[in-house]
Design a protein around this ligand. Structure first.
Ligand SMILES: [Zn+2]
Ligand SMILES: [Zn+2]
Length: 124
C-alpha cells in the first residue's frame, strides 16, 4: 500500500497529502531560506507534483527570486513550499508541516557554506 503523508499549515486552512515517499530530504542553510522562514535552517522534502493532493485551499505564492516561488498560507503565514523552474516537476515542502516529520530524515546539506556556525551538520 502506498504511504500517505498528511500535512497542513498552522491554522489548518491549507491541507495536503503526499502519496509515497519523497525523492529526497535535505537541509538548506542558505540566507534566503533563513529569511523566508525565520529559522536558522530549513529541512525540505522534495516530491513530484503528481504525488500531491491539495485540500480545498491552495497556498498563496510570491516570486522570491528569478524563477523561484515560495508559497505560504494567506491566513496564518506558515511557509509551505519552495518551487523553482530548475525543478519543474517538484515541490519542496517544509518538513515541519507534516503530521509525522520524523518520518523524513535529511541525507544531504545544501549551501553548507552559509550555515550558522552553531548549527551542527546532520550529514557532515
Ligand atoms: Zn494557515
Ligand atoms: Zn535555501
Amino acid at each position: 500500500m502506498t504511504k500517505i503523508h498528511k500535512g497542513s499549515c498552522n491554522c489548518g486552512k491549507i491541507t495536503f497529502k503526499v502519496e509515497g515517499d519523497p525523492k529526497w530530504v535535505a537541509n538548506c542553510h542558505c540566507a534566503d531560506c533563513r529569511r523566508a522562514t525565520g529559522a536558522p535552517y530549513s529541512t525540505y522534502i522534495g516530491v513530484l507534483k503528481s504525488q500531491i493532493k491539495w485540500g480545498t485551499a491552495k497556498p498563496t505564492s510570491y516570486a522570491s527570486s528569478e524563477g523561484v516561488r515560495r508559497t505560504f498560507c494567506d491566513r496564518c503565514g506558515t511557509p509551505i513550499a519552495y518551487e523553482g523552474i530548475r525543478w519543474p516537476d517538484e515541490v519542496h515542502f517544509f518538513v515541519g508541516l507534516f503530521e509525522r516529520p520524523e518520518d523524513f530524515v535529511p541525507t544531504s546539506e545544501v549551501h553548507a557554506g552559509e550555515k550558522l556556525a552553531w548549527v551542527p551538520l546532520a550529514n557532515p
